[in-house]
Design a protein around this ligand. Sequence first.
Ligand SMILES: O=P(O)(O)OC[C@H]1O[C@](O)(CO)[C@@H](O)[C@@H]1O
Length: 451
Amino acid sequence: MKSISLDITKAAQFLKKDTVKAYAPQVKAAQEALERGTCPGNDFLGWLHLPSSVTPAFIEEIEECAKTLREKCEVIVVAGIGGSYLGARAVIEALANSFSWLINDKRNPTIMFAGNNIGEDYLAELTDFLKDKKFGVINISKSGTTTETALTFRLLKKQCELQRGKAEAKDVIVAITDAKKGAARTCADKEGYKSFVIPDNVGGRFSVLTPVGLLPIACAGYDIKALITGAVDMEKATSPAVSFENNIAAQYAAVRNALYSQAGKKIEIMVNYQPKLHYMSEWWKQLYGESEGKDHKGIFPASCDFTTDLHSMGQWIQEGERSIYETVISIERPNRNMLFPHDDENLDGLNFLAGKRVDEVNKMAELGTRLAHVDGGVPNIRISVPELNEYYIGQLIYFFEIACGISGNVLGVNPFNQPGVEAYKKNMFALLDKPGYEAESKAIKERLAQE
Ligand SMILES: O=P(O)(O)OC[C@H]1O[C@](O)(CO)[C@@H](O)[C@@H]1O
């Protein structure tokens, strides 16, 4: 089996000779601290050897549950936000037909996502759409108390029970949450829902290879065994025993820290040339943003879909402030084969492309962009993926996770907490007069009265 690969040469050229290599001891120490559990946030290292600890029995249990949902539902709504949402969506969209929601071939249920916003129109339109559908719900929340997800789940649970009856609804609602704590656990136990546990020591953004990602992915009809196999192979390929020269996660962690602290590159743009990878970038943004953005430090993770965004953000990237670098996920071989047709009249002047694969044009766009951006002062990291399938996506997921753990430790932050996200929640609860927030409510109202 091939492997994803990493090319950092077009980034390293922006640094003094051997700068990246000079990070090798720090990177090694960071990885050893992860292995030994001596790093900050060491109670959240359950993801580190998660792929290799997945058992066939566990996969079978997930597949069994997915089979039930697939048989009983034409639509499955996955309710969750952040790490309880993005991984599943990233994998499903990367593997699915770009128009899957329009192709109603009845072979797969339609997978919809909710609980990731508080848009009234979104929720009203979703419940309208579900009115005449046999739908089920996967309710995902590690804390079991996240407002966006809880609010959505309350609506969906009521609607599902109303449409299918309480007894049938019980068979098509699944909870993925903490083993003991939180409202989602209390509800699942009381109602008798099938449930899966998110391990205590796996943070939301590192949880895609737990039931959080695996159940929705299996429901969508994808091979979760192959996904895990890819992750296991990457776990081996990036183990601490692998030398820096051969360890792509160590190199990625090193080059991004070098660009950040030695070359003033404060923004990393994750780039793809396949629109199916849009949500892979969204997942990556949370992984790196929530892990590294703290203590007033951290690279800002941004993303672009090329060539689409070359026609909107291309100008800024080529000639704006030189504080950015790009990481490109390049898919070597698309799954489909489409040739450009010849046209006798050639009114569009495109006959020079006749007989070429569309992907050849895309690859030349990628190469041309890399040359132009590097000439314009944008370092370029390239991750090459042989093809878009479960196995290589599994590799990619673990590669980004382990590199993130290493990178955050090199940066000197705790990559496994997210204290900053509480600030907005506290204000929102105070503004909504949530019980228990009386003092905060009073203070925030007084403050607003003075503004
Ligand atoms: O799974 P939960 O507890 O609903 O949390 C969802 C997301 O919200 C956060 O806790 C931030 O508030 C993320 O870290 C997490 O991925």
